[in-house]
Write a new protein. Structure first.
Length: 57
């Protein structure tokens, strides 16, 4: 993970900045946010695959 374009990271900051009114998000913050979102989605996919597998038993 972590190979994000500058443009993608800037968009990430624009989307998430309203949730952090007390500080200015950095490119480093945007990288962490992007990695966490990807990790969360991967976890959801894993859970769905397990659920489908269980339903097929």
């Amino acid at each position: 993970m972590g190979n994000f374009s500058q443009s993608y990271l800037e968009k990430t900051i624009k989307v998430w900045q309203p949730n952090y009114p007390d500080r200015t998000l950095t490119i480093g913050d945007a990288m962490i946010i992007a990695e966490n979102v990807i990790g969360f989605v991967e976890l959801l996919i894993e859970w769905k695959k397990k659920r489908i597998k269980e339903e097929q038993k």
